[in-house]
Structure formats: C-alpha cells, structure tokens
Design a protein around this ligand. Structure first.
Ligand code: C2E
Ligand code: MG
Ligand code: MG
Ligand code: MG
Length: 281
C-alpha cells in the first residue's frame, strides 16, 4: 500500500479497487468538493413491519451524482472517505441532513419514525462522537428516540473498549444502535454479548436465496431465533420477492427492507410513500 505524506490517515491502494492511484487522488479531491458544495444527496428506503406491512422507519443512504462521471456508488466512495479521513465530515453531514429531514416530516404531521444512518468504525473511535451526535440532535430538534445508527459488523473490530464506551453513551442519550450486514463479519456472537445494540440486520447475501438455498434458510432461521433470544429486533435486508417475505413471516422476522417494497428513493418520493400509507392527523 502507499502512505500519503502530510496526512494523518493512510490511503490504502489495492489493485482490487481497479482504478489507478491518480484516479483515487482525483476522486478524493472531488469528494471533498462535493461535500463542501452540498453535491451529495440522501435517499431513503423504508423499513417495513413484516406482519402489518406498515412503514416503521427508514434508512438514509448517501448518493453522489457527479457532474461528469454520473452516479458514483457508495461502495466506491465510502471506502475512499474512510481511507482518507473525509468520513468524519461525511458522517456528520449525513447525520445532520437525516435529522433535519426527519424533523421536517414530523412537523408536517406524519407519524414520527426512526431514521437510520450508516456510520463507520472510525466514527465510533472519535472521542467526541457521542457529544457531536448530541449537539446535532439539539440543533435540529430531533428527539434521540427517532435516530438510529447502523454499524457494519466488520467495522467494530478495532479499539473495542472505546467503541463500547461510545455505544453506551449513545444508548444513554436514547439513540438506537444496530449491527448491519450481520453474518458477514467475524465475531458475531461476541457482539451480541458485548454490544448495547437494539437491532440486528441480516445481510442480504443470506436473505436473497432463502427460498432456493436450504442452507441460507437454516442460517436465517437461526439468526432470527438467536437475535430474539438476546431481546433484539431483526431486520432482513434485500427482500426482492413475495416468497421471501412469506418465509420471513413464517419465521417471525420483525422488519424488512428491500426492492419488493421500495428502492431507496428521494425525500420527495419517500414523502409520497408516507402520504399513501399514513393518514395525516
Ligand atoms: P447497507 O447499509 O447495508 O445498505 C443497504 C444496501 O442495500 C443499499 O445499497 C441499498 O440500496 C441496497 N438494497 C436495499 N434493498 C435492496 C434489495 O432488495 N436488493 C438489492 N440488491 N439491494 C438492496 P447502497 O445504497 O448502494 O449502499 C451500499 C452500502 O454503502 C451500505 O450498505 C452502507 O454500508 C454504505 N453506505 C451508504 N450510505 C452510507 C453513508 O452515508 N455512510 C456510510 N458510512 N456508509 C454508507
Ligand atoms: Mg445500513
Ligand atoms: Mg446492510
Ligand atoms: Mg453494507
């Protein structure tokens, strides 16, 4: 890997990234610009109650529509942001934007829902992270109960004591926490015992083939039972077909997300979805 001088953060380059080192440096500059110019947008995907079919919350997902390059997927710019340290600024922007949007929906009279935001490992390792979240909640006026932070299982590995402290602080404030992409990391069981989490999100790689792969079906079944044993609610990710929803209903999964109900969509479209499914008081 290359270490870029003059910065605190290492920039890892692996051939897997399939782009030249120069391209990465360029993209980094453009990501900084995009953040400064507010060129990023949040899309929202509903979280749906398996039994009732009601929208019970939403996940905010960052979108970058580049002037010349077009759509750049988060799987490309989030790792870049993490490697270059831009992630702290990006996460703060995402959390603030999501909180503001959620407050605006609540003010319009929609039933208050919990908004989920993805954060990175390095966010949890920043000393002031919980305080920053508290400040954003104060400034935007969103009650902590309507914010959830999603942490990818792989990302919580390092510096665990600090991470757990920050997680405890967040929980004390009333913020919810979930483990994202559950099953794809290493110490799943350990997390369940050690981390103050509310929700467990089963990775879509298990959910996708649940009706055709008996192995996946067994894994998902076991994960749901395991989560329930620990008093956690389970979210299944990547539900694209009614057969899969049927399976999740039979297995007592609590919530789901997926193209079957809705793709992630603009705030305007998400609001239309709320209008269609809720009656404004
Ligand atoms: P994630 O948090 O696990 O988000 C779920 C991903 O699955 C999203 O991809 C979503 O669009 C996609 N998805 C939802 N339903 C379906 C479905 O039925 N079928 C399929 N094939 N896909 C579905 P997206 O938006 O491309 O984001 C990818 C990942 O990038 C996210 O995975 C998350 O880890 C990361 N990410 C996105 N936005 C942010 C952000 O603001 N901050 C951070 N730290 N990470 C982010
Ligand atoms: Mg997520
Ligand atoms: Mg996920
Ligand atoms: Mg993911």
């Amino acid at each position: 890997y290359c270490k870029v001088n003059g910065r605190n953060n290492k920039l890892f380059y692996s051939p897997k990234m399939n782009q030249s080192y120069n391209d990465l440096i360029l993209l980094e500059g453009e990501l900084r610009k995009a953040l400064a110019n507010n060129d990023l947008a949040l899309y929202y995907q509903p979280k749906v109650d398996v039994k009732s079919g009601q929208i019970i919350g939403m996940e905010a997902l960052t979108r970058w529509f580049h002037n010349e390059k077009g759509f750049i997927p988060p799987t490309r710019f989030i790792p870049l942001a993490e490697e270059t340290g831009i992630i702290s600024q990006l996460s703060e922007w995402v959390i603030r934007e999501a909180c503001e949007q959620n407050v605006s929906w609540i003010k319009k009279g929609f039933k208050p829902l919990q908004i989920a935001v993805n954060i990175s490992a390095s966010d949890l390792q920043r000393v002031n992270f919980a305080r920053t979240i508290n400040q954003i909640l104060q400034e935007t006026g969103l009650p902590a109960a309507y914010l959830e932070l999603e942490i990818t299982e792989n990302s919580v590995m390092q510096n665990t004591e600090d991470c757990i402290q920050t997680m405890n602080d967040l929980r004390e404030m009333g913020v919810s926490l979930s483990i994202d992409d559950f099953g794809t990391g290493y110490s799943s069981f350990w997390y369940l015992r050690k981390f103050p989490i509310n929700h467990l999100k089963i990775d879509q790689s298990f959910v996708r083939d649940v009706t055709t792969e008996s192995g996946n079906a067994k894994i998902v079944k076991a994960m749901i039972q395991l989560a329930h044993t620990f008093g956690l609610k389970v979210v299944a990710e990547g539900v694209e077909e009614p057969e899969i929803l049927q399976f999740l209903t039979e297995e007592n999964c609590d919530y789901y997300q997926g193209y079957y109900f809705s793709r992630p969509t603009t705030s305007d479209n998400f609001e239309k979805l709320l209008e269609m499914t809720q009656t404004i008081e």
